[in-house]
Design a protein around this ligand. Sequence first.
Ligand code: AMP
Length: 487
Amino acid sequence: MKFETLGLNKALLEAIAMTGYTDPTDVQMRAIPEVLAGSDVLVSAQTGSGKTAAFMLPALQLLAEPHKVAPSDKGAGPRVLVLTPTRELAMQVTKATETYGRKMKRVRTVSIVGGMPYPLQNRLLKMGVDILVATPGRLLDQMQSGRVDLSRVQMLVFDEADRMLDMGFKDDIDAVVAKVPADRQTLLFSATLDNNITAMAGNMMKNPVRIDVSGHKTRHENIEQRLLYADDLSHKNRLLDHLLRDTEVQQAIVFTSTKRAADDLALDLIGQGHAAGALHGDMKQGARTRTLENLKRGRLRVLVATDVAARGIDVQGISHVINFDLPRQAEDYVHRIGRTGRAGRSGIAISLANVRENFQVKLIERFTTQMIPVITIDGLEPKQKVFDRKPPGKTFNRKGPPSNNRGSHSNNAGAGNSGGGSGKAAGAWSKEGGDKRSSFSKSSLGKPAFSKSSAPKPGFVGKALPAAAPKGEAPGGWKKASHFAAK
Ligand code: AMP
């Protein structure tokens, strides 16, 4: 199917062609005609699926028609309101709007997000807005000070609604929705459509068309997932240092479970010679924007981030995602690994876990319905015995692997020293095969570890490194592990 068949106008088709898209993605194919027909839509779609264009293209098309209500003398309120959970996602949506709307006459898009200076926001709001992209808390602030009038909103979009609820925005959302005309069109996009989301949809949507393209069962085929067992924090640090010294790592996002751990780990990595930086919600907006810009320009090779801060990051150079701490929720795992393998490339996602976290691993595997192959690095194998693991979906064997989930690494992640000892480990990656172990012969990640002097220096530019492998071909020549240890 081509974009021309979706019912989009000429200006939008021209902008799409300029952007280089040839075919609509699944979510675009299914959602755009419904939205153009005026239906409310309830869509389960992941970040990376092309969901932004799925709502923004019809939203822009709406602006091509005059509003039935003329702007008041006080200025025109927005006709389209997009709510997002984070500043980063709001910025990304705003940027996409500019891209897709570049052939239209005059579309004023304003983002209202926490952390942005009020005077600037106030000025932007005064100038009139067509599309307002906002995080719920700051929008409510501005509404309460009488600077935002939502009485002209025709289309209300929730982007990553599940995350907004997770972040405790439910009351703010209700307060915002109460001020939007009831005859609006409502589009809700969420990674999953669980009970909370369907209850929310029931309250604020009219007979929504349900579109499910989440497919977390089949997603991320271009991302090689791996599990590395670590005995303790020091072991984790040595594994991480080893992983990051591989030249196949173009750029990496390393996830920690706390903001403090992100800061500490980034400092440790800088101390080891990595071009690293932290990104988390306690940083000022300016610092967050600078860090993201450095990542995009390739000045940062390693970003140490928390879940919320990394949400929505779309940087094509991210070849690896490393879960230094496992995510608290299985769904976050999917969001994390989706930071790599962008725009048709392949990527690698490696999770570091302690055997005591097997229960958490199991939850992730149940959610994705895929087992994560276990690998080891010669010279850095765990001392603790890793038991055979059962495929997801089967009843957990109480007599099998220890399932005590209480001793999570996350509490102490990043604290203490980084271990050192890097560079000693050499040799091939191995895949656990019960009693059998087989080495990957071609793995570049199995090359002798780099010495500190060969580690990338701050200021490194991503372009100088080899590009991520084309689709279907895993960087580093990994073979896809086809099975697990089976008794
Ligand atoms: P999103 O899920 O909206 O965050 O989009 C993920 C990425 O896919 C972004 O880099 C978009 O520019 C890109 N994208 C969106 N639609 C298409 C398309 N039809 N063809 C190719 N890339 C696309």
